[in-house]
Design a protein around this ligand. Structure first.
Ligand SMILES: Cc1cc2nc3c(=O)[nH]c(=O)nc-3n(C[C@H](O)[C@H](O)[C@H](O)COP(=O)(O)OP(=O)(O)OC[C@H]3O[C@@H](n4cnc5c(N)ncnc54)[C@H](O)[C@@H]3O)c2cc1C
Length: 526
């Protein structure tokens, strides 16, 4: 391929209409084919990574820019959409570049769980679920990550999570279910669910706000390089593979990396944690690969906590899929769901963190474990429609009695009946001598059917490591200095969740820091 600084690549890539989600060519694009903004033509671009062809040390800064925007955002998940919405809302011209043919990344397929210690609907008070505070959310988050997370960043996440949630409700039309869950590692009932029960509820709200503010989105636009001239200089723009050639887009004010995690990048995840080989399924979309972290490292960015890679303990044992039924075991602990192994015995405190539950599952020596719950609990965890669909697809199994349920999932009936009776006894005694679970009044006895089971097993889920950022969402270099005009938010960042992300904390993380990145990038001088 020719050097991109030698040619004016004909840009005929398509924009996505944020309104319809359909693609269509935009006139403004044709008009801005070759903006021709001169850089130091022929100057070498900073590049500390020389291991791949794309990262050749001989790369030259583009002599001309094909296009130019105030703010360029990489990735169209929660973080990218929130950043684009805020930056465009402050008057910046904004483009979101997304490599996949559909928008949304892991965000749009996510389980729809959002932690906030309060909300403008006052759900916790209405449902009489006790007290909570930003401080408690912060402490649970830090503890859940074994105190490896930055207290400063976690404090922002916890205190701003309700504001970001209310913003999506007020400005994006987000709707929530009338329920709050207490999920693994949380000491309070603070996990909100959108009515759709999947991340699309939030991405659509964010997409609407971003579109209204004037942000553009381009699909099938893979960023293949970040341009920066030297170690003291700002980031200048990006190289983009449009599928029909490469173009260079200048970021006049700032570049925001919102490119997600690297759970699907087998090679990269095995560099940091060799045990997570291909025998593990993965819950992520195919585009969850780590090239943007690599490019950022190659221009001097620091990446931290890269070995902390989370397993989701409730994925489908066969495929690793995290579909609507696979979220029930996650939502259930606060309402008394019981996890059993293939022999029908409990093996862990159901209120434990994901890493603890995953390890306990692997230690059973089996190939799957099960969640057991009943109709009353199902009403707290989801909708009748979801349950019926899950049954039709064979994901849920239903029976009138625990013994019958055991037969249907291949467990010795006498053992499962004894386990459930014992657990009922613990709830009545408000004491769990087996696993020391904190019993709450919201936990439901498994006495009245119909009863349900779902199979569950760990799959690679979340990469806690990534680019090191500060409270302004600016990316730091290996010396701890801000890289001028470079911001990052969401799963591409590291250092917030520590060793283990608590379920429901990723949406607030991505939206809160996405907003911060968007606001700050718009206020940079062009
Ligand atoms: C199945 C599933 C369920 C989940 N459920 C929950 C939940 O209920 N609650 C919760 O808090 N968290 C949940 N998570 C985690 C959460 O969804 C993610 O951490 C979050 O979506 C990350 O958002 P993001 O904006 O950082 O990245 P993403 O949403 O992953 O977006 C990043 C985008 O960047 C694009 N991209 C990457 N590289 C490039 C490139 N070179 N050029 C252009 N584009 C690029 C990707 O294709 C992707 O679309 C879940 C995750 C999964 C996979």
């Amino acid at each position: 391929m020719k050097e991109c600084n030698d040619v004016e690549v004909k840009q005929d890539q398509e924009d996505i209409s944020m309104e319809t989600g359909k693609t269509g060519r935009r006139d403004f694009l044709k008009a801005s084919l070759v903006v021709g903004l001169a850089t130091a033509s022929g100057a070498l671009a900073l590049n500390l990574g020389v291991s791949t062809a794309e990262a050749s040390s001989q790369r030259k800064l583009p002599g001309k820019w094909n296009e130019s925007f105030d703010v360029v955002v990489i990735g169209s998940g929660f973080a990218g959409l929130a950043a684009a919405a805020e930056a465009a809302g402050k008057g910046a011209s904004v483009v979101i570049l997304e490599k996949m043919p559909v928008y949304g990344g892991n965000s749009i397929i996510n389980g729809g769980e959002y932690n906030a210690w309060t909300d403008e609907l006052h759900l916790r008070e209405k449902l009489k679920l006790g007290d909570d505070s930003a401080e408690t959310h912060k402490n649970d988050t830090l503890k859940g990550g074994d105190f490896f997370g930055s207290a400063e960043l976690v404090e922002i996440l916890a205190s701003d999570a309700p504001k970001a949630l209310n913003w999506m409700i007020d400005e994006g039309g987000l709707k929530l279910r009338d329920v709050l869950n207490r999920t693994g590692g949380h000491s309070k009932y603070r996990t909100h669910t959108c009515v759709e029960g999947v991340g699309r509820g939030y991405t659509e709200a964010l997409r609407k706000i971003a579109e209204r503010s004037g942000a553009k989105m381009r699909l099938k636009s893979k960023v293949t390089w970040i341009w920066r001239k030297d170690v003291n200089g700002p980031v200048l723009g990006v190289e983009v593979d449009t599928g029909r050639g490469k173009v260079n887009i200048r970021a006049k004010k700032a570049l925001i990396l919102a490119s997600g995690g690297f759970g699907r990048d087998l090679e990269m995840r095995m560099i940091y944690n060799p045990s997570l080989d291909k025998s593990y399924n993965c819950t992520n979309q195919k585009g969850a690969t780590g090239e943007m972290i690599r490019y950022a490292q190659a221009i001097g960015a620091e990446a931290i906590h890269m070995a902390f890679i989370q397993l989701y303990p409730y994925a489908d044992p066969e495929t690793g899929i995290l579909d609507a039924p696979a979220v029930y075991p996650f939502r259930g602990p606060g309402y008394g769901i019981v996890y059993v192994d293939e022999k029908g015995k409990r093996f862990v405190n159901e209120l434990e963190r994901r890493d603890v539950v995953s390890r306990a599952e692997l230690a059973t020596g089996g190939k799957k474990t099960f969640s057991i719950f009943n109709e009353e609990m199902a009403g707290k965890m989801g909708t009748q429609e979801e349950v019926e669909k899950g049954l039709a697809r064979g994901r849920f199994v239903r029976a009138d009695t625990i013994a019958e349920l055991a037969g249907k999932i291949g467990i010795d009936a006498a053992v499962l009946v004894e386990t459930i009776q014992q657990h009922n006894g613990y709830l009545k005694d408000k004491k769990d001598p087996a696993f020391n679970k904190n019993i709450t009044p919201q936990m439901i006895l498994l006495e009245r059917g119909p009863f349900y089971a779902i199979a569950q097993w760990p799959a690679v889920h979340h990469t806690m490591g990534g680019l090191r950022t500060n409270k302004n969402a600016q990316v730091l270099d290996i010396w701890g200095k801000v890289i001028p005009r470079l911001y990052a938010a969401g799963e591409v960042t590291g250092g917030i969740h520590g060793t283990n992300r608590l379920g429901g904390n990723a949406i607030p993380d991505a939206t809160v820091f996405g907003r911060i990145a968007g606001i700050n990038s718009a206020s940079e001088r062009a």
